[in-house]
Structures are given as structure tokens and as C-alpha cells.
Design a protein around this ligand. Structure first.
Ligand SMILES: [Mg+2]
Length: 310
């Protein structure tokens, strides 16, 4: 397979994913006071404490993009090992229960990913949102071929999320990111390429929710990730991205307004929108507050400033 790949679009998406992850994570403590949190989000009051640390969403996206950069495709064994090494380097990034079980095993025996991933959750495999939260850069990487986006996203998901809903969530987000990179994101087209099941049903409902709807109301209808399932997470995040296809900052504010699993919904929406926009229009203070990514290639001038990065 020789379809053209786009590393620059993938990197843009990764930057937006990490920004959304870190921005979203800042809101968790405030959700204990929901009225105040909603007011602050609607007033667009930027969280002040810094750095904004990124979480497992970004750690796993970094591992995925490293495999794509190195091999030009998803190689499940290599991906399993990359996820496991990222976990071993810093297991306190907010990984879910299933990944705490799985990733140490994959470090020892990465070739057995299929069997280990299937054993999770009583043999059903995970239907969580973990394969969706990390996959937007893959969609940007392969945006030249939507069939390839679907195939590679599925392969990337199965390494940890064997349940069909976990896989469908990843396919949907990767397709959305690919469409975004092409400048033609619509929820309806994401529905068309998503496998049957709860994720697709939720996306079909999302396609019917007018963009004039307030985001908190849309999240009531579509779910906000509170149940940590792909079907409860992906439809609202894709809806928010499609509501603001050219405005990453507005997409993140809208997504945060849904509360729930807010680092993950913001990572998904951020990764999708930034596949098109990058982070150039994001306020400088946001980029400075976000914990740098390993490799140092954050915002264009972060190397020159030398601030904080290691
Ligand atoms: Mg997270």
C-alpha cells in the first residue's frame, strides 16, 4: 500500500489533542462546583494554574504517532510495546483500570496483544473510549485515503480495545480527523464510515442535533463520556468538532461545557479540529501553560524561548 501520508497534518492533530487533553484536565476539580464551572466555561475564563499536564490520552497518541512515523503503518506488536513503554515511563497519567492491567503485560509479551486485550472485562474486551482518545493523528496521517483510515484505525484500536464498540469509536474519530484535514468534516459522513453499533447510533443522533443547540444540552442528549464508553464519548466530541471546524479554541470551550470525561472529550475534539487548523491561532498563554511534548516540537517558537521544556 503506497497511499500518500501526511506527517505535518498528523503533528498538527497531535498538538491539538495534547492541548485539549491538558485544557480539559484542568476542569475536573471545578466540576465539584458545577454551577461555578459552567459559568466560568461560558465566560471563557482560562484556567490559571500551570502547567496544564497532559494525560494518558496524549501519552498513547505519542506512542501511536511514533509507530506511524517509523513504519508508515500500524504494526500491532510495535504499537503494543510503544504503549507499554509509555506507561512504564509514567504510569500516573490517569490510565483507566483496564490499561493498568493490560499495559504491564504487553511490556513483557507485546506479541500476545490479541489474547491479552480480549481477556479484559470478563473476556469481552474493552469498549471504553481509550482507542478513540488517541487516534485523531492517525486519521490526519492517512487522510488521503478514507478506506485506509478505517483499516488502520481499526488495527490501532484492537491492540488494547478488542470490543467492537471500542474499535468503532476509534474508526469514527480517525475518520472525523481525516475529513477535518481535508476541510470537509460533517457528522453525517462520519456516520457513513462508522461500523454498526452504539457509537454509530450515537453519531446518527448527533447528526440531527442543530449546531444552534447549547453544548451542555447536546451533551445531555449524546452523553459526555461519564460512562467512559466509546458510545457515550465519541458522538458529543465529534459534534463539538463539527460545530467549530475552523476554530480550535471555540471547539474546546464547547466541549468542556459538556462536563463528563472532559480531558478525553477535549482531546478528541482538539485532535480532530487541529488536523485542519493546527494551534497557530491558540492564545499564547494556552500554549505556554500546556506541558511540553517530548521531542520539544511544541508551538513554533518554544525551542527559542527555552521555557520549561526538557
Ligand atoms: Mg486522560
Amino acid at each position: 500500500m503506497t497511499a500518500t501520508t501526511d506527517r505535518a497534518a498528523a503533528r498538527r492533530s497531535l498538538e491539538g489533542l495534547a492541548l485539549g487533553d491538558a485544557f480539559g484536565e484542568r476542569w475536573f476539580p471545578l466540576f465539584r462546583e458545577p454551577r461555578r464551572a459552567l459559568r466560568e466555561i461560558r465566560d471563557r475564563r482560562t484556567p490559571e494554574e500551570s502547567p496544564w499536564h497532559w494525560t494518558d490520552d496524549t501519552a498513547m497518541a505519542l506512542a501511536l504517532l511514533r509507530v506511524l512515523d517509523e513504519h508508515g503503518e500500524v504494526r500491532p506488536r510495535e504499537l503494543a510495546l510503544a504503549f507499554a513503554l509509555g506507561y512504564a515511563a509514567d504510569p500516573a497519567r490517569g490510565y483507566g483500570h483496564g490499561m493498568h492491567q493490560l499495559l504491564p503485560r504487553l511490556r513483557e509479551l507485546p506479541g500476545q496483544w490479541r489474547e491479552f486485550a480480549r481477556e479484559l472485562f470478563g473476556g469481552e474486551g474493552s469498549l471504553g473510549n481509550g482507542a478513540a482518545m488517541r487516534v485523531a493523528p492517525l486519521g490526519a496521517f492517512f487522510h488521503g485515503s478514507l478506506p485506509r483510515v478505517v483499516a488502520e484505525a481499526g488495527r490501532s484500536a484492537e491492540v488494547t480495545h478488542a470490543h467492537p464498540e471500542g474499535v468503532a469509536g476509534a474508526v469514527a474519530v480517525a475518520v472525523a480527523a481525516a475529513l477535518s484535514a481535508r476541510g470537509s468534516l460533517t457528522v453525517a459522513e462520519v456516520v457513513a464510515l462508522t461500523p454498526d453499533g452504539a457509537v454509530r447510533d450515537g453519531l446518527a443522533r448527533a447528526a440531527e442535533v442543530p449546531f444552534a443547540t447549547e453544548p451542555w444540552r447536546a451533551s445531555d442528549l449524546l452523553g459526555n463520556g461519564q460512562r467512559i464508553r466509546a458510545g457515550d464519548t465519541v458522538p458529543f466530541a465529534v459534534w463539538c468538532a463539527a460545530r467549530h471546524p475552523d476554530d480550535l479554541v471555540s471547539a474546546l470551550w464547547s466541549t468542556a461545557e459538556g462536563f463528563g470525561d472532559v480531558d478525553t472529550t477535549c482531546a478528541i475534539a482538539g485532535g480532530i479540529v487541529a488536523a485542519r487548523t493546527g494551534v497557530a491561532a491558540v492564545p499564547r498563554e494556552w500554549l505556554e501553560r500546556r506541558e511540553p511534548l517530548p521531542g520539544g516540537s511544541g508551538p513554533a517558537s518554544s525551542r527559542e524561548s527555552g521555557a520549561g521544556g526538557r
